[in-house]
Every structure is written in C-alpha cells, then in structure tokens.
Design a protein around this ligand. Structure first.
Ligand code: GDP
Length: 532
C-alpha cells in the first residue's frame, strides 16, 4: 500500500471520536450503548449487546461471576460510523472492584459520557470515575437517564451534578414532566420540543417534533408539566452561563441532556453532541517528546490486556490505542520496552460487536493485537522510534492475600496463571524476598474471587487464597542505587517485587509506613506507578 498523504491522515484523525461511558451500575450504560449503536446504524435491532452479554456467559465460565452478581466485569470496544465520524466507544466495567481497569481505559479516551440515573443522582462509582476524568481534564457530556420514571426534580439534579463535578452544567435539553407524565424534552438550542413516545427496539423515524419553546399548543397539551418546565427553563437561562466549547474541552463545563435510553429517547441528541462537540484525538505526551496524532509514523500504547476472552482459543489480546500515524496490517513494529519486533497480521477491530480483521487504523482507534506475552500493559509500540508514553496508572493495592496451591505439583501452573493474570492487570502479584509464598494485591475483594475462579477454570489450579498481614504497599525508588540497595537489604522481611520487578515495601499499618518514610529520607515511596 502506498504511503498515505499527510492530509489523508489529518482527515481521518479529525473525524475520530473516542469516548467511554461512565456510570454507576444499573444507571443504564448497557442500554445506552446499545441505543447509540442502533441510532448510528451499526446494528438494526436492539438487544444484541445484551445478547452478547448472555452468550458470553454461555461460553465463558468465569463470566458466571458476572452473571451471579449482575455486573459487567469485562470491558470491550465498539466502533461505529455516524454522520461523517468514526466513533470508538470503550466500555468500562461498572463494579468498583474493577476500577483499576477502568482507570486505564479512561487514559485511552478523549471524552467521557456520564450516565446518571435520574432517581439516584450522582452515585459513588460515578463519583470515583469522575475524579479520574477531572484529574485528566477529560471533557464530559452528561446524560440524565430514566426520565420515564418518578425521579428527582431536574433543577435539583442539575444542582447536585454541578456540586459533585465541580464544573458548570449547561442544559442542552430540558424535560417536560417525568414518570407517567413525561411528555418529552425541550431542545434549548434548536428551540423545539421532541415529544416522548415509549420507544421500541428499532429506530422508527417518526418522532414528533414541535417547533418553538413556547408554542401556544404546549400549555393545552402538556398542562401543568409544561408550565413547570417553562418556569424552570427561565430560571436556568438566567442562572446558567452560555455554553463555551473551550470550557467544555478543558473540563470546566458539561452539556447536559435528559432522556430515557430504554425508550430510545434523547439518544439522538447525545450522538449528535458527540460528533459536534467531543474532540478528535489530541497530542500525547511521551517521556521523550510530545507526539501529534497526524504525524506519519505509527505509535500506540497498550492500555488493556485481556486473556482468554474465548477460552476455546486461549487467546490474549492487547488493546492498543493508536496515538499517531497510520496502522497497517502486517507492518513491522517495535515494542520499545523490550526492543522486540512485532509483525501483527491478525489484528482485530471491534465493529458492531463482532471482531473483524483490520486493515488500517488511525489515531483514536483501538486495535486488538493477539499475542503470547510480548505485549504488556503500558507498552509503547512504534515503527522503531524509542518512545515511551506515560500516564498509564497502577495503584498500590489496598488488600492483600497469600496464594498457594492445594496440589504442590501444580506450582508451575499457578505461577504461569498468575503471571498472565498479573500482566492483564486483573490482579497484582508480588514475590516477597523472604519465603516462597506469592502475594496478591487488589483494590477490591471481587478481584480475588475472579482470580481464584479463573485459575481453576482456565489454568486447572485450585488455589488456596488466605489472609495476609499486610495492609499497605508502596513502590520504592531512589536516585542513588546504593541507598536503594541498603533500604531493600534492611527491609528484606517486608520487601517484594511486582510483575515488572519493581521493588515494593509492604507494611501492616499506615503509621509504620510513616516511620519508615522518616527513617529513609532519600527513598521515594509511591502509591501510584506509571507504565511498565
Ligand atoms: P448498566 O448496569 O448501567 O449497564 O445498566 P443497564 O443498561 O443494564 O440498565 C439497568 C436497568 O435499567 C435495566 O433493567 C434497564 O432496562 C433499565 N433502564 C435503562 N434505561 C432505562 C430508562 O430510560 N427507563 C427505565 N424505566 N429503565 C431503564
């Protein structure tokens, strides 16, 4: 294939929109995802995302955990075209125990769509994810879902979101009524009303739209709900500032939409806003330099690894966010960390739920590279340039367990299984200097259960996971290697190495850590480790 012209890459980059939906479990993320696919034309009949969830259960044992608990554990990627844009939607696990995985997914997006259950307002998991977006200044669009139910007053919701987000909320639509009396939304910018009708699984194309915000017919048709809405809209117009694209892009303002995902209502507005407001891929910071997305050479970063998505194939897919240039199947690439070369031929993309072979990709796209361990979380891949992207976070675990095998003959399988699960980021694995028992570190309890389950079903190892006395972990570094060695030697009873051999100190109580810190002023203690 010929070299793409600079302008071709530029055009492709400009039409990419890469985002994730963040929400608390049950707010309607799966439903909205499905409706976005439906409205973009990627699928014809809603139900396939749910169906996929169900079929995954059938084929994959460890997903039983997900089924039992009614939560979505695995993240995935979907690509769709809408208007003249290519939209990449990254799914995030909703359960808080998988928040580490979600944080890393959020490093791969350029915008986030926050879904809020209008009855529950801002819930804990949403709050946590928002903090990550806020820290990265990720632009956020807000969708207030389930207006067909008896929910909180829209003004109260707006106020709550504003306080929780610490950013200004600018309503783009405003609801008329709620629950059984939900009549639709006023589109404040287009100055018209979309009348609500309980939706179906297909896009009907027969939505009723009435022109004007104060059409005399409204009062008669929608009664008290219209009067209330009109009063609220006036209030909001006086109080809320004008929408500013700059303020949105720098995470200072969020446009807010009301709707009901299950009824197909308000989805179109969100899709249009994504295309019109959400930013295309931007420059990305590497240790050596800043990289522009339209540069001719391909670069990308591994932000997620998923093994055994299909246990029948024992595959292991590295999810790579393209940062610059053009990816082409079969091109020669280099894994910067190891210097190893890579020539991915069976790279997959994720069009409308199916894995498909991919021919080319541009900045913002997510490609899946099947591999047997050549790629690790945080790896940067280039055409040869020594470049390491930063910013992929690993958090010091907050819970620890010892892990042993019931059958000593299976020690090798245990190690292999834990190595893979560790590389995937499902759990952190530590090798204590003293003793031979491995330690597992997690952010949430559920991670241990998933690991035990997967060890048994994917690696045939019954693991004994028991309590550990450790409570706190910190990665340690020092500008002076001699001093670091002295520290490690002096603390060998509580030192361990993690999956990438980074030295880690483990302590039982937080005050103990403070004592160690003051005794070793030259040593740096990190609760966050970036990239591998
Ligand atoms: P997720 O956990 O965030 O992915 O949430 P789901 O999309 O699975 O939705 C959780 C529940 O809320 C399901 O039973 C949906 O049918 C329901 N739901 C989603 N959107 C709406 C809505 O607009 N109105 C109502 N009444 N229910 C909804």
């Amino acid at each position: 294939m010929s070299e793409p012209t600079a302008s071709r890459i530029e055009t492709e980059v400009r039409r990419r929109r890469t985002f994730a939906i963040i929400s608390h479990p049950d707010a309607g993320k799966t439903t909205l995802t499905e409706k976005l696919l439906l409205f973009s034309g990627a699928i014809q009949i809603a139900g396939s995302v749910k169906a996929r969830k169900a079929s995954r259960h059938a084929t994959s044992d460890w997903m039983e955990i997900e089924k039992q608990r009614g939560i979505s554990v695995a993240s995935s990627v979907m690509q769709m075209e809408y208007r003249d844009c290519v939209i990449n939607l990254l799914d995030t696990p909703g359960h808080q125990d998988f928040s580490e995985d979600t944080y890393r997914v959020l490093t791969a997006v350029d915008a986030a769509l926050m879904v809020i259950d209008a009855a529950n307002g801002v819930e804990p998991q949403t709050r946590r994810l928002l903090q990550v977006c806020r820290a990265r200044n990720t632009p956020i669009l807000t969708f207030v879902n389930k207006m067909d139910r008896e929910v909180q007053e829209p003004l109260a919701l707006m106020d709550e979101i504003e306080r929780e987000l610490g950013m200004t909320v600018v309503p783009f639509t405003w609801p008329v009524g709620m629950g059984k009396q939900f009549h639709g939304v006023m589109d404040l910018r287009q100055q018209r009303m979309r009348v609500f009708a309980p939706g179906e699984d297909r896009v009907a194309g027969t939505e009723e739209v009435l022109e004007g915000l104060d059409n005399p017919a409204y009062a008669e048709r929608f009664g008290m709900q219209y009067d209330n809405a009109q009063g609220e809209i006036e209030l909001v117009r006086e109080a809320a500032p004008e929408f500013s694209l700059d303020d949105f892009l720098t995470g200072k303002q969020t446009p807010m939409f009301f709707g009901s995902a299950v009824n197909n209502f308000g989805v179109q507005e969100v899709l249009d806003a994504l295309v019109e407001l959400a930013p295309p891929p931007d420059k990305r910071v590497a240790m050596q330099r800043t990289v522009q997305p339209e540069e001719p050479k391909f670069t990308g970063v591994v932000f997620k690894i998923q093994a055994n998505m299909d246990p029948a194939h024992r595959d292991r897919i590295a999810f790579v966010r393209v940062a610059s240039g053009r990816f082409e199947r079969g091109m020669n690439l280099k894994v910067v960390r190891s210097g190893k070369s890579l020539r991915p031929n069976s790279v997959v993309t994720f069009m409308s739920q199916k894995r498909e072979l991919l021919d080319e990709a541009f900045a913002g796209d997510i490609i899946g590279i099947p591999n047997h361990g050549v790629l690790q979380l945080g790896d940067t891949i280039t055409e040869g340039e020594a470049l390491q992207y930063t910013g992929l976070p690993f958090f010091a675990p907050e819970m620890f367990r010892s892990v042993e095998v019931a059958d000593p003959l299976k020690t090798k399988q245990l190690k292999a299984g834990l190595q893979q699960l560790g590389e995937e980021g499902a759990i952190q694995v530590f090798r204590p200097i003293a003793g031979s028992v491995l330690l597992l570190g997690a952010v949430g309890q559920l991670q241990f259960e998933v690991v035990a389950h997967r060890l048994e079903h994917e690696y045939g190892v019954k693991a004994r996971i028991t309590g550990s006395r450790f409570q706190v972990a910190r990665w340690v570094t020092c500008d002076d290697p001699q001093e670091l060695k002295r520290f490690i030697d002096a603390n060998d009873h509580r030192m361990a190495y993690d999956a990438v051999d980074a030295p880690t100190v483990l302590v039982e109580y937080a005050p103990e850590l403070r004592a160690i810190e003051s005794n070793w002023p030259k040593i740096k203690f990190h609760a966050l480790r970036e990239h591998a």
